[in-house]
Ligand binder design. Structure first.
Ligand code: ADP
Ligand code: MG
Length: 374
């Protein structure tokens, strides 16, 4: 039975993060306070497309031609992800109000004389292929308002998890890890920024040495030992002590950033896992103001049990560390929900106040609309 006789009421969230592990596509129902997921689909990203996209992270020859072509290739793949998602679900396009599409980030340079951020995945193509109104280009209005364009998640984290009885820290461990501090007092400002490399360096090291996209459950890392000298050198990077607002990406945290390391590759992998754990814990401790702070983890890193174990061990018994799954939100799908929610905010004309997060100078409605329906 399909729902096609009902008025449209759902949104689709669509994104591929810096990890490029898959396109996440999910149909979300926002009719109750906690959003619920109607259907979800992980759409594979062809290796060649992922490779060509990584090449574009850094300057090289023939960039404009590559950018133009990849913009369309990604648009087609996002559109196909939506079509497959709808086929797998009980829904048709008539049940969907809008798609929120993040796109694939190619460059994120929020500093310097001319800050910019660039996501590709042509929303015209997505709207055409799906026949659904598509909201995209969420970050550049924030940059236009003097913000960093990232992170956008904290506003949604507040909607999901702010609680009057305790402060909450939400940590998303994707390619990059980011943190949101939600004070129990809703009148106090949120804090949110990118912590640093979540999985991106571990993934890149794994691709180089094992030719695998990532280290399943940290198994390879746990065969190695931490190289303390390398770890302490990496922890000295000024990004980690920089005061927010701050945001970053794999164009900063890449294998050249790591420098040379002569120890066995599994030791480097273990060191990178430790770097992710220690940089997260450092910031958890830095942001914690009360004894009743809960720590909620989401993103692909939540599936890496040795990493979670390290977080719990370093933070000790004073902190409760749980995944968002334990609070009704699937940790793998939170970011897809975020973009569905941003499409809803845009469709309803709700402005977001990200001034304490990105440094934006004003409340703004984010995203451009590309009509699929007419
Ligand atoms: N079972 C697992 N074991 C270890 N790491 C995992 C596992 N599942 C996912 N990951 C990690 O999570 C990453 C994907 O996380 P995700 O939240 O999708 O990041 P992004 O938003 O950058 O796409 C993978 O590249 C991998 O590093
Ligand atoms: Mg992903």
């Amino acid at each position: 039975m399909t729902r096609s006789h009902l008025p449209p009421s759902y949104y689709i969230g669509l994104l591929s993060g810096t990890s490029m592990d898959a396109i996440d596509a999910a149909i979300i129902d926002f009719s109750s306070h906690l959003p619920s997921m109607i259907s979800a689909h992980s759409h594979p990203i062809p290796n060649e497309l992922a490779h060509k996209t990584r090449v574009l992270y850094r300057s090289g020859k023939n960039e404009i031609e590559q950018l133009g072509q990849l913009d369309i290739e990604w648009g087609k793949l996002f559109g196909q992800a939506v079509i497959t998602l709808l086929e797998k679900s009980n829904c048709t396009r008539d049940n969907i109000i809008a798609i929120g599409s993040h796109g694939q980030t190619i460059r994120h340079h929020p500093h310097g004389k001319t800050p910019f951020t660039l996501q590709i995945g042509d929303p015209n193509t997505i709207a055409m292929l799906s026949g659904i109104n598509t909201v995209a280009d969420f970050r550049r209005m924030d940059i236009a308002c003097g913000g960093q364009g990232a992170p956008l998640a904290p506003a949604f984290h507040r909607h999901l998890f702010q609680h009057k009885n305790h402060d909450t820290l939400v940590i998303n461990i994707g390619g990059i890890s980011n943190i949101t501090y939600l004070p129990s007092n809703p009148r106090l400002p949120l804090i949110g920024y990118d912590i640093g490399p979540g999985n991106t360096l571990m993934d890149a090291w794994c691709r180089r040495h094992l030719n695998r996209p990532y280290d399943e459950n940290g198994t390879w890392a746990m065969q190695g030992a931490v190289n303390l000298e390398l770890l302490s050198q990496l922890l000295k990077d000024p990004y980690f002590s920089q005061v927010p607002p701050k945001s970053t990406g794999p164009e900063y945290f890449h294998l050249d950033w790591l420098g040379s390391d002569d120890s066995a590759p599994q030791n480097t992998q273990r060191t990178l896992l430790e770097l992710t754990a220690q940089t997260i814990c450092q910031d958890v401790v830095r942001l914690t103001k009360t004894n009743h702070t809960r720590v909620l983890i989401c993103g692909g890193g939540a599936r890496n049990h040795p990493l979670l174990h390290r977080l719990k061990t370093i933070l000790g018994a004073c902190f409760s560390v749980e995944t968002t799954d334990q609070h009704g939100i699937a940790s793998d799908w939170l970011e897809a929900m975020l973009f569905a929610w941003l499409a809803k905010m845009r469709t309803e004309g709700n402005a977001l106040d990200l001034s304490h997060i990105t440094g934006s100078t004003q409340k703004k409605v984010l995203g451009g609309v590309f009509l699929g329906s007419i």
